[in-house]
Write a protein that binds this ligand. Structure first.
Ligand SMILES: [Zn+2]
Length: 160
């Protein structure tokens, strides 16, 4: 059994029109998914699956923290994640993902949402992410203070 088999959602076999799932996506999850940006984290994931006449609506609620690399010092930092994301799934002949709708083979009727959860979490990471108190920012501040050119500039300013 694969490490991410627990993230399989059986759409074909839904007992009622709405089914709920809950997962704790932890460090093991992120190391199994092997995504490029997030290597560790702790996320509460809730999923509500709604069956409509011709498709399935998967509503994810993500809550927690993920570990990413700080843009400045390249050390790990925690990024809070709180998001609601929706995935539309249809049954078809072959697997397909056009960005808005995922089609899964009807003969299987099962979708593994591990990668979708990862992607939804990764989407929440701001383009630029830096520790609020990044040590590299603090050392840059000090460098500026001790920079002789800066001292000269200060003298000029003070002369006025
Ligand atoms: Zn940093």
């Amino acid at each position: 059994m694969g490490k991410l088999d627990g993230y399989k959602v059986d759409l074909k076999g839904m007992a009622s029109d709405t089914v709920s799932y809950r997962w704790q996506a932890d460090n093991d999850f992120f190391s199994a998914v092997q995504g490029p940006e997030i290597k560790a984290g702790s996320l509460d994931v809730a999923l509500r699956v709604k069956r409509t006449s011709d498709a399935y609506e998967l509503e994810f609620q993500l809550d927690g923290d993920v570990e990413v690399t700080c843009d400045r010092c390249l050390e790990p930092m925690l990024q809070p994640v709180e998001a609601q994301c929706t995935l539309h799934v249809k049954m078809g002949e072959e697997y397909a993902d056009d960005g808005d709708v995922v089609t899964i083979p009807e003969r299987e009727g099962i979708i593994n949402v591990a990668w979708n959860i990862y992607e939804f979490a990764a989407l929440q990471i701001p383009l630029r992410h830096v520790h609020p108190d990044c040590p590299s920012l603090a050392s840059q501040e000090k460098e500026r203070e001790s920079d002789p050119r800066w001292a000269e500039l200060k003298k000029l300013v003070n002369r006025k």
